[in-house]
Design a protein around this ligand. Structure first.
Ligand SMILES: Nc1ncnc2c1ncn2[C@@H]1O[C@H](COP(=O)(O)OP(=O)(O)OP(=O)(O)O)[C@@H](O)[C@H]1O
Ligand SMILES: [Mg+2]
Length: 199
């Protein structure tokens, strides 16, 4: 830590107060998976469904965050780690603010995702593995990135010449190459309902 002589200033409204006002818990839904697996697509649909049910939500999406907060970071292992660390800290603030926070980052390294889990309280981090075969992601190639990676125009692309470490104990696995988008959305919502997050 570079900063010294800093003292936490407590507020008089707590996370629990905010959750009570909102009428639901706050939590991070951490979508992880290969590029093109469907993290953004799924988070947008899940958010829409939650919003319709009166739940306060916010999405932190990889590309959007790299436009602003993290525009100084690249894709080296070190920068990916710092990217995820900052997102983790932002997500933690949003949970403190009482919001159901959905994040859509490849977040390829187990250690980095684990770091975020440790930042948050128990039951405040739901790891959702958006599972899809590399072949199918490459076939979809919604941003044309796999094509560029195969052509050598992008170096260190996850799944091609950079690793993706599968979650070992995720709270949820959605298989977007086997189930429809609607089925995946239902699976996530059902998990939240059954585990008491929505009341
Ligand atoms: N069952 C499904 N679930 C989710 N997405 C699907 C499904 N079937 C097809 N798709 C398509 O797969 C693509 C997924 O792209 P999306 O941008 O959501 O991926 P991503 O995981 O956010 O990738 P990136 O890490 O590059 O941002 C979309 O074009 C979506 O329409
Ligand atoms: Mg995305």
């Amino acid at each position: 830590m570079k900063a010294t002589n800093i003292v936490w200033h407590p507020s008089k409204v707590t996370k629990e107060d905010r959750q009570k006002l909102n009428g639901h818990k706050s939590v991070v839904l951490w979508f992880t998976g290969l590029s093109g697996a469907g993290k953004s697509t799924l988070s947008v649909e899940v958010e829409k469904e939650l919003h319709q049910r009166g739940i306060r939500t916010y999405i932190l999406d990889g590309d959007n965050i790299r436009h602003g907060l993290n525009k100084d970071l690249g894709f080296s292992a070190e920068d990916r780690k710092e990217n995820i660390r900052r997102i983790g800290e932002v997500a933690k603030l949003m949970v403190d603010a009482g919001i159901v926070t959905l994040t859509a980052f490849i977040s390829p390294y187990r250690e980095d995702r684990e770091m975020v889990r440790q930042l948050l309280g128990e039951k405040e981090f739901i790891e959702i593995y958006v599972k899809c075969s590399l072949e199918e992601c490459e076939r979809r190639d919604p941003k044309g990135l796999y094509k560029k990676a195969r052509a050598g125009e992008i170096k260190g692309f996850t799944g091609i010449d950079d690793p993706y470490e599968e979650p070992e104990n995720p709270e949820l696995v959605v298989e977007t190459d086997k189930q429809t988008l609607e089925e995946s959305v239902k699976q996530v919502i059902t998990y939240l309902e059954e585990n008491g997050y929505l009341k």
